[in-house]
Design a protein around this ligand. Structure first.
Ligand code: ZN
Length: 235
């Protein structure tokens, strides 16, 4: 069935917006999350409350299906130390990528997601990767996702469509997309219940949501919020 979708849903702002995007379009939407030894399980803890909040908007609850959780912590965390999976400092590395880069992470996520989609008879796999402002992670780029779509379709003899609604928009436009999809209720749910901060901070509330206010993820989120509210102030 073409009207069924599986959303890679981490509990962050981008994947939360993607979940709303899919719920707006498709009759049946399932979610998948990955535990890969993240330093902070905070983002994962945000998944269920955020799913519940979205279920209460625009009648989306009738479309929201099963949530799948994939435990891959030992494998991915064991391969290499990064600032997302260990206590290593968050900084830029010699390769020009931040130390939060987990090599091949999104390739693994897409492969697991496609395997679940295959089993569930779902054609569309939605992911919040973005080429515009995402620290240059090479596995978030459009070419990478297109190559993965081809590889997955060949390798599973399937016709998956990998959808990336955020690929060409920045964080300010991502907030604007949320407002267009679910109004202020959705913006508020994402602001308060989605999590971006690399340091797992959930006590300090800024205009753009909870976070330490100093890590690259918080910087990006704050900058996006400033652009969004400057361009289109709330009524
Ligand atoms: Zn932070």
């Amino acid at each position: 069935m073409t009207d069924r979708a599986l959303v890679l849903f981490s509990g962050g702002q981008d994947s939360g917006t993607c979940l709303a995007w899919a719920l707006d379009r498709y009759a049946h939407v399932e979610t998948v999350g990955f535990a890969y030894g993240q330093r902070h399980a905070v983002e994962l803890a945000c998944r269920e409350p955020l799913r519940a909040a979205l279920a209460g908007i625009n009648g989306w609850g009738a479309r929201l299906g099963q949530d799948h959780m994939v435990e891959m912590g030992a494998s991915l965390a064991g391969i290499g130390e990064t600032a997302l999976t260990s206590d290593a400092e968050i900084r830029m590395t010699q390769s020009g990528l931040p130390s939060t880069f987990v090599p091949g992470r999104n390739l693994l996520f897409l492969t697991y997601a496609a395997a679940i989609a295959y089993r569930r008879g779902i054609k569309r796999v939605v992911t919040g990767v973005c080429e515009t402002d995402y620290s240059g992670y090479p596995d978030c780029r459009d070419d990478t996702v297109k190559a993965m779509q081809l590889a997955l379709n060949l390798g599973m003899e399937a016709r998956f469509v990998l959808e990336t609604p955020l690929m060409w928009i920045d964080k300010a436009a991502t907030w604007a997309l949320a407002r267009a999809l679910g109004g202020e209720v959705l913006v508020e749910a994402l602001r308060l219940q989605s999590h971006s901060c690399y340091r797992g901070e959930r006590k300090i509330l800024h205009p753009w949501g909870y976070g330490c206010g100093a890590c690259p993820a918080c910087d990006l989120r704050a900058e996006g919020w400033r652009g969004f509210t400057a361009a289109a102030p709330a009524d």
